[in-house]
Design a protein around this ligand. Structure first.
Ligand SMILES: Cc1ncc(COP(=O)(O)O)c(C=O)c1O
Length: 493
């Protein structure tokens, strides 16, 4: 089976992109003994690095992944220049780089050995290649840049996309800045409501262009921390297939699946007896359901390794990754070789099993932080605020965030505008020495032309604030939550 052709959805910009003839000369540099006078490749003897090195923890991380600060179980890598030849571009296909080759211009899709590792990982976790065989991977500078490149490849100014009604504000801004209008989809505590999506698409105004893609954060949704069930994913996939809409799944939190929150007394530590058991515990992705090649999966190393790497990847049909590669040629070229070298050395030393061990360790740490934060919150919020439904707390099942919902109508200053209550409480929180993210900042507003079709949010009395347990250790998180509770309690007296 092969992916369907989605070229009719390409943007005008994408259709104007042509192959980079000059860049294609680099392929010749791989031929032994060729006189390569084609491209301006600086000689590696003028690269001012003789070697680089790094020390990292060694799998299976029996002492936990935090042990990288104190453990003796570490290994070091050193990458030398090996500067005995003219460095040539595109020639570094081995598992290990040397700096002479590694710091030269690289293939725009990314280094072969990094891509090979990612392909193997995707086969293990998502069984990619089972439903259709012409799939591929291209490196990105993380999911923000990946989404920007996808929008430019599929959307023209004036096009519509679909998005969760509360979504990652930076992605929504990226779309709007390009003149692309996100249309919000209703959500409940399980994510996008499929019936709403069906209704919206069935009644899409005939005078308006159909949406090109759905932008979704299926696991540990930002800001609401919901995870979309498999049942809903299947319905959504079928609906979007019927309406010829692509799916962009933005998954930075995929490996932070902390599971259902359990009361302290009922809590049991989750242990995985094998890597397969861990993989089986993970949510099935849209990518794994995809039979058409309509899913573009965005993964990032920002939350699993380090945000400063600025590395992630897009998995999609190879026809689509080819278009994205053309865009790379005209913009970022490829992520920094330093990042690629460090990632390559780390992953290929850890191997697939070691990387899974790391992800299991990460899940464990985030579960402890999620549980500790929620325990403290639930134990310390005055019970009457919960009983009177002034405060609502829904423990997250994945990701880095949790929300505190507040009934704006019950605030003494409420005069009909809940956002002014949100602003007021936010100011009080900052005065009280704690910073959180106001929910309305994530709201995807209905475009004017959809106001009559899509019911607005005015019925909903609640506002919410998003808090993270990612950025601190538990004692500091508790200190922050305590300040939040103090402000809420005094505001709703
Ligand atoms: C949904 C979502 N996408 C993307 C990002 C940014 O990812 P990256 O650092 O890979 O650009 C974030 C948060 O940082 C996010 O919440």
């Amino acid at each position: 089976m092969f992916a369907k052709d989605f070229s009719h959805l390409y943007s005008d910009e994408c259709n104007r992109r042509t192959a980079d003839k000059l860049g294609s000369l680099i392929e010749y540099a791989k031929i032994p003994n060729i006189s390569f006078l084609g491209n301006g490749l600086p000689q590696s003897k003028f690269f001012p690095w003789q070697s680089i090195s790094a020390t990292s923890p060694l799998p299976p991380f029996n002492e936990g992944i935090e042990s990288c600060d104190k453990s003796t179980d570490t290994f070091s890598i050193q990458v030398m220049k090996n500067d005995n030849s003219n460095s040539q571009a595109g020639t570094c296909g081995e598992k290990s780089f040397n700096l002479a080759k590694g710091l030269q211009y690289q293939p725009v899709v990314g280094q072969q050995s990094v891509l090979d590792f990612i392909r193997e990982h995707l086969k293990l976790v998502h069984e990619v290649g089972t439903n259709y065989q012409d799939w591929d991977v291209i490196l990105s500078l993380g999911n923000c840049q990946a989404f920007d490149s996808i929008l430019r490849t599929f959307c023209n100014p004036g096009d519509y996309i679909l998005a969760e009604e509360y979504s990652f504000s930076s992605s929504i801004l990226t779309a709007k800045t390009q003149g692309v209008q996100p249309v919000p989809l209703k959500m409940d505590e399980h994510g996008i409501v499929p019936e709403y999506l069906i209704e919206l698409l069935e009644n899409w105004p005939v005078n308006l262009k159909k949406p090109k893609l759905l932008y979704t954060i299926p696991t540990g949704q930002n800001p609401l921390s919901y995870s979309l069930s498999l049942e809903r994913k299947k319905i959504i996939y079928d609906v979007l297939q019927k309406h010829d809409v692509l799916i962009v799944e933005d998954e930075p939190y995929y490996f932070l699946q902390t599971g259902e929150y359990q009361q302290k007394s009922e809590r049991k530590e989750v242990k995985f007896n094998s890597h397969n058991e861990f993989i089986d515990s993970l949510a099935k992705s849209f990518l794994s359901l995809d039979t058409d090649g309509r899913v573009l999966r965005l993964e990032s190393y920002s939350k699993t390794l380090a945000p400063g790497l600025r590395l992630g990847f897009i998995a999609a049909s190879s026809a689509i990754t080819k278009q994205l590669a053309r865009y790379n040629t005209m913009s970022i070229m490829t992520p920094s070789s330093f990042s690629q070298i460090f990632l390559n050395e780390l992953l290929n030393s850890w191997k697939q099993e070691g990387y899974l061990d790391w992800l299991i360790g990460l899940r464990h740490e985030y579960t402890i932080k999620r549980d500790g934060s929620l325990d403290f919150l639930l134990e310390n919020v005055p019970k009457q605020l919960i009983e009177q439904k002034i405060v609502k707390i829904s423990p997250p099942v994945a990701g880095m965030f949790f929300t505190i919902e507040l009934n704006a109508k019950k605030h003494p200053n409420y005069t009909g505008d809940k956002i002014s209550i949100e602003t007021h409480i936010n100011e009080k929180l900052i005065e009280g020495g704690v910073v959180v993210a106001p929910g309305s900042w994530f709201a995807v507003q209905n475009p004017e032309e959809f106001k009559h079709i899509v019911s607005d949010d005015s019925e909903n009395e609640y506002i919410f604030f998003r808090l993270t347990f990612a950025a601190n250790d538990l004692p500091q998180i508790e200190e922050g939550i305590e300040k939040v509770i103090k402000v809420i309690t005094s505001e709703f007296q």
